[in-house]
Design a protein around this ligand. Sequence first.
Ligand SMILES: Nc1c(NC[C@H](O)[C@H](O)[C@H](O)CO)[nH]c(=O)[nH]c1=O
Ligand SMILES: CC(=O)[C@@H](O)COP(=O)(O)O
Length: 140
Amino acid sequence: MANFLIVEARFYDHLNDMLVAGATAALEAAGHSVEVLTVPGALEIPGAISMAADSGRYDGFVAIGVVIRGETYHFEIVAGESARGIMALTMDGIAIGNGIITVENEEQALARADANRKDKGGEAAKAAIALLELQGRFAG
Ligand SMILES: Nc1c(NC[C@H](O)[C@H](O)[C@H](O)CO)[nH]c(=O)[nH]c1=O
Ligand SMILES: CC(=O)[C@@H](O)COP(=O)(O)O
């Protein structure tokens, strides 16, 4: 059993509830323990994961968030920079699944957050599990 931390940017409560439920179900189905940490927005997720990884308390991480395009360029910043930060941490060998959905509207978000539809939360959890298994395979 491994200890996973879900780091969620709680920008849209109803969507996050679905994404976190999907990720939690996938992690627990694989026999792992789950904790949840909430941050203000997707831009805070990479930093929070970095801090938590440095604590040594967790084996893997799942990033959960929802970025819905608004009127300005901020969408590109939030979507792109959160993904870039997570990728940088992953390239450092930290097992992270990226479940930050970046969409045009609420309808697209609902389809991807729902564990009974596209289940992006569960998908991200399975990716984190896969990376952790690779970490173990290449260690030592
Ligand atoms: N617009 C969205 C944001 N914006 C907030 C940023 O993520 C960040 O918290 C702020 O810029 C302060 O550093 N965050 C989301 O997760 N989703 C959005 O749609
Ligand atoms: C993704 C965002 O930053 C968005 O929620 C903010 O909307 P806007 O670009 O209209 O300020």
